[in-house]
Design a protein around this ligand. Sequence first.
Ligand code: NAD
Ligand code: DAU
Length: 416
Amino acid sequence: MKETKPQLQNPISQPPAPISILVTGGAGFIGSNFIHYMIKAHPNYIIINLDKLTYAGNLENLKDINRMDAGFKEQDLVGGGFENKIQNLKHQIQYPISDIQQSTRYHFVKGDIANTELVDYIFERFKPNYVVNFAAESHVDRSIENPKIFLETNVIGTQVLLDVAKKHWLASGKWKEGVKFVQISTDEVYGSLGPQGYFTEKTPLDPHSPYSASKAAADLITKAYFDTFDMPINITRCSNNYGPYQFPEKLIPLMINNALHHKKIPVYGDGKQIRDWLYVEDHCRAIDLVMQKGRIGEVYNIGGHNEMENIQIVNKICSILDELYPISKNPTSNMQHPTLKSYKQLISFVADRPGHDRRYGIDATKIHEELGWQPLVDFDEGIKKTVEWYLNNQEWMDRVTSGEYMKYYERMYSWR
Ligand code: NAD
Ligand code: DAU
């Protein structure tokens, strides 16, 4: 009799079922850090990045990711057969198909979250299990200059995403298993604090800038889809992030860039406004946890109890630069400032931001107690790593500060 060998099953050789995430705004600061984080943390995840590539979106932030491969084929996800659909869509959407770049684990689609047809196409093609909505106009100063685009992207764009997700995830009154919409919001929706107390998830919304008002509106429309349709959603509200790939219109990279070019370091008002700073990777880890384990319908605050006055931050950056890249070694000629010995001499107090919020401070007890999250990167370590990153990536900085940025800078700072 012939011996039959037992069939060996090696579970390790079976890749886990793919999970696909639609990340919007993935070419921006936090979105690109999130994609880096998720690709490393979850080998069975497929990321679809939908980004309009505004001034703040930069594909260079993701250049090492484009060719990543976990051994999946697109058919594993959806069953293939997209060519006809692509041909039809070619006539309907303004985005050339060549803008849809592919590898097996990471797909980039250039486009607007407010474009219903395009978002619908992405849902049909990639069948995302999750949407993580980072896409936004995100800079307070720009929202003071031109509020309209903030409403178009932050409010209408979010509503379009919610609506298309609902269309694909809800059938015969039942939501698909294992789907969720995560709205990335901000502590700014709570308004401004006095010297005492913290924002909790129960603090009433009281936004002051057109930016924060648009984010509050997006939170409320997201909540409305939960209250009205039982849509599985979470909303996260994080404090100020810092780290690599942040566009240099924001405090920390702007100060580093100006210092390196021996330009004035413009501190608004008295510089004593307080922000609660968190290293971007800690934020990404929190979002991942909320996405997987957050209780449906809940809001989660994210923050590291790391409050600092703006002027303290600016002084710290100057001290780190003085140590890592002293003026004497900086090839930017100090002809304009022959007496310059420390970057601190460039600090200049300028006209304040209208409606400037005085203090933000996050109470992150809920995410800590429910999901076990806490920040891992301490500020002194994080800010040093961040300054080093910008020093090592001066070409990135030079590229993103050419063109439109110079006009913006002129408009925003010449009158101050
Ligand atoms: P960012 O400005 O660096 O990036 C925004 C990204 O969204 C860019 O890639 C841009 O091209 C894209 N985008 C803009 N409009 C779009 C549209 N209509 N369709 C598709 N893509 C579009 O912003 P960020 O600092 O990375 O912030 C990301 C999210 O996190 C935002 O929703 C912001 O409100 C929130 N947030 C930011 C911070 C912070 O400190 N930066 C803190 C808390 C929350
Ligand atoms: O709190 C979270 C928010 O943090 C996010 O929702 C926003 O998207 C993000 O832009 C950020 O908003 P802020 O307004 O707090 O960040 P910004 O970096 O613009 O400013 C930080 C502080 O520094 C603020 O008090 C204004 C001040 N500032 C800023 C700039 C650009 C200056 O003093 N000078 C400057 O040139």
